[in-house]
Design a protein around this ligand. Structure first.
Ligand SMILES: Nc1ncnc2c1ncn2[C@@H]1O[C@H](COP(=O)(O)OP(=O)(O)O)[C@@H](O)[C@H]1O
Ligand SMILES: [Mg+2]
Length: 469
């Protein structure tokens, strides 16, 4: 309806019309005001998110870019590991469990310890029964000797922070956190759902290898769990068979989130001292500080090979030996296959032959019983160049999972005698997960006498970075 400048209608012949018109105008103005208010709020939120991102980046650089773990002035004093204060904007409910709301930790006395399972790198794990419900759980006692300056271990905070947000059938469930207040400082325990086995133990003990349909089911569950983590911006950073739990019902769950962390896009600077040596991606071995989910996919490739072979594929004694074994196993990088390789901090220390012959397939001869599609997936996962590795989601769509044999139904999986139900597991042949501050340099001293003469990649301190292969 047209209006004149005074706001009353030229056509209004009754007071109601004028009042109606005024109401419409008021509503219109109110809508305009709300719109402006919404735009202002969105802009404010955008600025806060940007600030949070910047602070997180700065914090991660201060915390993680510092491999010698020297105290840093910018280091925050709240017990939050590699995360920044700004994280709080998005994740202020730290330690709030899925059941909802804050509440004091229950005492560990609510659980009756049944037997020890294993002493890992960061904690002791035992089987226990909840007194009230009779439910069997795993209690992971957190060791305090890797505590940060505030007395609480960073690894534990990471594990709690990540696990409390996870909800996926292939990720172990954190049920609650309990404490023993009688200890000084109080001991903290993670209460986890209990699974009878870990995959490493099963692979060590089984007399016959898994059937192809069983391998596929295990890989399907592992890749689904990893896909869930990556889609939720979580890097696990310590995937290996002893951190994969298997129930007697054939269900696989990813566990041990002590090295895990959230990463944004773009990824902040991170420490390269992650992932147990045998499962560590080549870019990490070569000192990359910027890396992403592809490091977990390398570990997935190593696990695939280990499930097939029942023994780890690359068992290096140290970083140099590890990269040697990897290159022996999958071939050498070229400027075509991995253009960024030469720019990595430790790449200059490797002497590679100037000319390499045509790339030879080293996977197929090593895994003769694996189908062509299976070999192709394994080869892709074990690509030296992280950009050539499939994401977990891409791996799930790989023809290997679609071709016959179909993955064996979980319920039809064989059962194995559970050691976790009985006595403590013996320590296994496996390098421990890295501990912050224990960076082993990839320096010249490490190489002396370690690489047999006659192999391609002896140390050559004079090699020119960027020199053609
Ligand atoms: N929820 C669980 N159920 C059964 N066993 C478990 C559970 N969590 C861990 N374990 C066993 O304890 C071992 C060490 O646990 P983990 O979480 O990997 O600790 P660490 O950080 O010390 O390596 C695992 O390798 C596995 O054998
Ligand atoms: Mg572990």
């Amino acid at each position: 309806m047209a209006t004149n400048r005074g706001g009353t209608s030229r056509w209004a012949d009754a007071e109601e019309d004028a009042a109606h018109e005024a109401r419409l105008k008021q509503q219109k103005e109110e809508k305009k005001r709300q719109k402006a208010e919404k735009a202002r709020r969105l802009e404010e939120e955008r600025k806060a998110a940007e600030l949070a991102r910047q602070q997180q980046q700065a914090q991660a650089e201060a915390e993680e870019g510092n491999d010698d773990d020297r105290p840093n002035k910018r280091r925050r004093v709240t017990p939050e590991g590699g995360e920044s204060a700004a994280d709080g904007l998005a994740e202020r409910q730290l330690l709030k469990l899925r059941s909802g709301g804050w509440r004091p930790c229950r005492p560990v006395g609510d659980y009756e310890k049944l037997n020890d399972i294993e002493e890992g790198t960061y904690g002791f794990v035992s089987r226990a029964r909840e007194a009230g419900s009779g439910r069997i759980v795993a209690l992971k006692k957190l060791k305090l000797d890797h505590a940060d300056r505030n007395g609480f271990p960073v690894t534990a905070l990471r594990e709690i922070k990540v696990l409390r947000n996870c909800d996926h059938r292939n990720v172990v469930e954190l049920l609650e956190i309990v404490s023993d207040q009688a200890c000084k400082p109080p001991t903290v325990y993670l209460v986890l759902e209990f699974l009878e086995h870990d995959l490493r133990g099963i692979l060590e003990d089984m007399t016959d290898a898994f059937l192809p349909s069983e391998v596929k089911q295990l890989m399907l569950q592992l890749t689904s769990g990893v896909s869930y983590l990556h889609e939720n911006y979580i890097l696990h950073r310590d995937l290996k068979t002893s951190n994969l739990l298997l129930s007697n019902k054939g269900q696989l769950k990813i566990a041990d989130f002590g090295m895990a962390r959230y990463v944004g896009d773009p990824s902040p600077k991170l420490t390269s001292l992650v992932v147990t040596l045998w499962y560590r991606a080549p870019e990490l071995l070569l000192g990359a500080k910027e890396y992403g989910s592809a490091i977990d996919m390398w570990s997935v490739g190593c696990i695939f090979a280990e499930i097939l072979d029942r023994t780890a594929i690359f068992k290096g004694k140290n970083e140099v030996d590890q990269i040697s074994k990897v290159l022996e196993g999958v071939g050498l990088p070229t400027d075509d296959s991995w253009p960024a390789f030469r720019r990595l901090p430790n790449a200059a220390a490797l002497k590679l032959p100037r000319r390499t012959g045509p790339a030879e397939d080293r996977i197929r001869p090593r895994f003769p019983d694996l189908t062509g599609a299976g070999c192709a997936l394994l080869r892709d996962l074990l690509s030296l160049n992280p950009d050539s590795r499939p994401s977990a989601r891409e791996a799930l769509a790989h023809p290997y999972f679609a071709e016959k044999p179909r993955p064996k139904a979980e319920g039809l999986f064989p059962t194995f005698p559970s050691k976790a139900n009985q006595e403590k597991r013996p320590r296994r042949e496996e390098p421990n997960a890295p501990v912050r501050g224990e960076a082993v340099g990839f320096g010249e001293g490490d190489f002396a006498g370690l690489i047999p003469a006659g192999t391609y990649y002896t140390m050559n301190p004079t090699i020119q970075v960027g020199e053609a292969l």
